[in-house]
Design a protein around this ligand. Structure first.
Ligand SMILES: O=c1[nH]cnc2c(O)cc(-c3ccc(F)cc3)cc12
Ligand SMILES: [Mg+2]
Length: 216
């Protein structure tokens, strides 16, 4: 097996999925991860919960923290109405490159824009450099040590408004205790836990939804 797992995943999608069909890309990645090589996409089980929260939110402005190979960006984009936008941030240049190709293949590149670099740099730039007013939906799926810092940064940058929805992956495994403690006790969020399992494994995990109640 040459090269990186992520490159092999992209090759498998190009070989087996239907160009321009985001559902086929999602299904093919899940097939790859179940039957060939595990990878840390949010996956099909937690993906169904993600779908439900996206559909109930029906967002126009989405930010994703942690693109990886683009699976959840494609998964979210396939549910959005015309004019909706996803800005997704990825630190790892190889993953960002694979994600851009995955998003292009799925035909959602007019909806999804990959920002290569750190959330610490990009979040404070969203209003001025990316024309963002406030965010309707944020998917946190990057690194456990960044969830809380970045949530506070989103607040400080006035990017959240009453009703903004944060959805966090991995709150049980790998586990994000400081983030959970904050959103559940600071008084500014209404929280809901969605028990599930680690992608493609029989191990407990969960998603946490935190709806911002406004600054006052
Ligand atoms: O590092 C991660 N970032 C974002 N999402 C993740 C995710 O959904 C799962 C895991 C993960 C799960 C099981 C395991 F044995 C090893 C890593 C890591 C990340
Ligand atoms: Mg995750």
């Amino acid at each position: 097996m040459e090269g990186l797992k992520e490159q092999r995943m992209l090759d498998f999608v190009v070989e087996n999925a239907v160009r321009g069909d985001p559902q086929s890309v999602v299904d093919t990645i899940d097939n790859f991860c179940r039957n060939k090589e595990w990878a840390m996409n949010v996956g099909d089980e937690k993906g169904l919960i993600l779908d439900e929260v996206v559909k109930e939110t029906d967002p126009l402005m989405v930010v994703e923290l942690g693109t990886y190979c683009g699976y959840s960006a494609v998964r979210i984009a396939r549910l959005l109405k015309p004019g909706a936008r996803i800005l997704t941030m990825e630190m790892n240049p190889v993953h960002a490159s694979v994600a851009r190709q995955m998003i292009e293949f799925a035909g959602v590149n007019n909806t999804v824009h990959v920002l290569e670099g750190s959330t610490a740099d990009f979040i404070p730039q969203l209003k001025q450099n990316y024309g963002v007013d406030t965010l309707d939906f944020v998917f946190l799926d990057h690194w456990k040590d960044r969830y809380l810092i970045d949530t506070k940064l989103l607040e400080e940058c006035q990017l959240l408004r009453k009703g903004s929805v944060l959805l966090a992956d991995n709150v049980v495994y790998p586990g994000i205790p400081d983030f959970l403690e904050h959103v559940r006790t600071c008084g500014r969020y209404d929280c809901t836990n969605y028990p599930s399992r680690v992608q493609y494994m029989n191990k407990e995990d969960a998603l946490e939804k935190a709806v911002f109640k406004g600054c006052l």
